[in-house]
Design a protein around this ligand. Structure first.
Ligand code: ADP
Ligand code: MG
Length: 619
């Protein structure tokens, strides 16, 4: 036995350097943290409530303080504009991606047109989804540190199998911002099967279906276990389907009931939230009882289990169709699937178990708590990464195809969906014009044939190709997809011998190499770094908005009223002034004010211009 002695003080160092790697299920609705306790994964129960589940809700109080979890959830009713939920749905997404959600969110999401990622406004402060998710992770980290009585610095975080690169990268950044070294981003279904202990016995051979229906997302994965190796054969799902939608079914049902009785009931945001919470309690109640009765503002509302089943039938049917597609993709017959695992709170609904039983022809396994199973599996994965289970190898797959744009806007798939990661693949291209010096490489993700229908991850230009006749240069485009599903793209011109290579990443974040190098530093400086990056982004956006405002004023000077002109100038100057200072919130506020003012005017100008053009045509 070795006893460490501090040479400076001559004291025996009693600090046993135990390293804990935690597993985190960062859910849309609920989050959990788990760790390995003498070979068994256990979730960490929070100090007060002794409940492992932390609602993924963030509340900002009037003095700028932040609260996460149950306390925040209780604010949903009273302070809906300061209480952020479902932030996972916004991770790594643009305003366009999520604008259809703005109605149900109850808080303000911002479209400033120039930024690729959506922002959230709380009073006069502006946040990114990464910053908000980091608040949830910080709360979980704090809880774990208190419980384990040691620093927690390393983590495995799970994401839905359908998360794309930008969403995975955003999750990683949130971890970094919370002061965590994120060792691995793991697909939730992979974690779940690990929690069930599947794969820990080398002689076990079977095919497994993992059905995960949470609050906001649905995933089905078909896994194969062979020789102690997990292999994800296929995945399918829907990032906008979950228990929240069941709540909405009940809400609408009740609104119908109320309207029948009292004519058109107009709902205030507060009342809508109250309805939402009561609908959720009713849904949970119906998992164990045949009927629910309650009161909203003194009016009775009711629903039976069979009514509920009828309401959610079309949604459940969509998950069944996803299951059928996943089975088809896996190349297996249904009868070859030996186990069905249930994940996510919504799988407690008896109707769903019934439907799955008849689809797969076997009783789904619900022996573990469907709320905890993903976090527990993440802890098992953390244990494997810590080197405690060297005999186990994990394979994961990319859920969407990755490729580049070729002539005519066609998608050229380089890594097809359901390819095991890590994976590298390359393809050769050439120029289409004599003496072409530059080649633009645009990277997309998706299953459609036209890139316009897929998701753009980024683009770059391969420069300084030596002048050659068209078709002669040999340009190699290389994709490297790492175990986290994060993509690096390189391009080089081989024939000339001068290898130019450029790397691009998903639209979000910095490169993996930089990440590794700067890891320690970045965790230490995460908060100021990210604040600075966000500030610079806001300054850039402000500049763009100023330029386009100037252009707008110039182009429409004939039609703008003196008042409009003056106000636009004023708001522009105000923004210019804000952007010279170091407050992102001030810049965002000024930008919002300008956008809010100019948008209707821009529409008006467009109408005028169209009308003029039409008149012009008639003459
Ligand atoms: P997520 O993975 O999205 O964070 P969870 O797996 O924690 O979600 O599941 C949360 C969802 O499960 C919520 O919509 C919640 O209402 C639902 N849920 C929890 N318990 C039950 C129950 N007993 N019956 C029906 N739905 C439930
Ligand atoms: Mg979940």
């Amino acid at each position: 036995m070795k006893i460490p002695i501090d040479l400076k003080t001559g004291e025996v160092s009693v600090e046993s350097k135990k390293e804990v790697i935690v597993g985190i299920d960062l859910g849309t609705t609920n989050s959990l943290i788990a760790y390995m306790n003498e070979g068994n994964p256990v979730t960490i129960k929070s100090g007060q409530g002794k409940n492992a589940i932390v609602p993924s809700v963030i509340y900002f109080n009037e003095t700028g303080g932040v609260e996460v979890g149950e306390v925040a959830k209780s604010r949903l009713l009273t302070d809906s504009d300061r209480t952020i939920f479902s932030v996972k749905r916004l991770m790594g997404r643009s305003y366009e991606d999520v604008s259809h959600l703005s109605q149900m969110l109850g808080y303000d999401i911002i479209d400033d047109k120039t930024s690729p990622m959506v922002k959230i406004r709380v009073a006069n402060r502006f946040f990114t989804p990464v910053e908000l998710s980091a608040e949830i992770l910080k709360a979980l980290k704090r809880e774990a540190e208190e419980f384990l009585d040691c620093p927690v610095e390393k983590a495995v975080i799970t994401v839905p199998a359908y998360f794309n690169d930008a969403q995975r990268q955003a999750t990683r950044d949130a971890g970094r911002l919370a002061g965590l070294d994120v060792l691995r981003i793991v697909n939730e279904p992979t974690a779940a099967s690990l929690a069930y202990g599947i794969g820990l016995d080398r002689d076990q051979h079977m095919n497994i279906a993992v059905y995960d229906l949470g609050g906001g997302t649905f995933d089905i994965s078909i896994l194969r276990l062979e020789d102690g190796i997990f292999d994800v054969l296929s995945t399918h799902g829907d990032t906008t389907l979950g228990g929240d939608d069941f709540d909405r079914c009940i809400m609408n049902h009740w609104l119908g009931q109320l309207n029948d009785k009292m004519g058109n009931v107009s709902t205030t945001p507060g009342m809508a939230q109250e309805l939402r919470l009561m609908a959720e309690s009713a849904k949970k109640h119906l998992s164990y009882h045949a009927a629910y009765e309650g009161r909203i503002n003194g009016h009775p509302v009711a629903i039976t289990r069979s009514e509920f089943e009828e309401l959610i039938w079309p949604l459940v049917q969509r998950t069944v169709e996803s299951c059928q597609l996943a089975i088809k993709d896996s190349g297996l017959k249904i009868s070859e699937i030996g186990k069905v695992i249930l994940v996510g709170g919504s799988t407690r609904i008896p109707y769903i178990k019934e439907v799955l039983k008849s689809l797969f022809g076997l009783e789904p396994d619900d022996s573990m708590d469907p709320d905890e199973v993903v976090a527990l599996g993440a802890a098992v994965q953390a244990d494997i990464l810590a080197g405690n289970r060297k005999d186990i190898l994990l394979l994961d797959v990319t859920p969407l195809s990755l490729g580049i744009e070729t002539v005519g806007g066609l998608m050229d798939v380089i890594i097809p969906r359901n390819t095991k990661v890590p994976h590298r693949a390359g393809r050769s291209y050439t120029t289409s014009v004599d003496g072409q010096k530059n080649l633009r490489v645009s990277v997309f993700q998706g299953e459609r044939d036209l890139v316009a229908d897929n998701r753009k991850l980024g683009e770059f230009t391969l420069k300084n190709i030596p002048p050659m006749p068209a078709g002669l240069p040999k340009i190699e485009v290389h994709f490297v997809l790492d175990a986290d599903g994060i993509l690096t793209v390189k391009a080089s011109e081989l024939r000339s011998g001068t290898v130019t290579s450029v790397e691009i990443r998903s639209a979000y974040g910095i490169s993996e190499e930089e990440m590794a190098l700067m890891l320690l530093d970045s965790i230490r400086h995460a908060e100021e770094d990210l604040r600075m990056r966000a500030l610079l982004e806001s300054k850039n956006e402000a500049n763009n908005v100023i330029l386009s405002t100037e252009r707008f004023i110039q182009q429409n000077s004939v039609h703008l009223s003196a008042d409009e002109m003056e106000r636009l100038q004023e708001l522009k100057v105000q923004l210019a002034k804000a952007s010279t200072e170091d407050s992102r919130d001030a810049i965002e506020s000024a930008m919002k004010e300008l956008n809010d003012y100019s948008s209707p005017i821009a529409h008006k100008m467009l109408d005028i211009n169209i009308n003029e053009a039409l008149k012009g045509q008639k003459i």
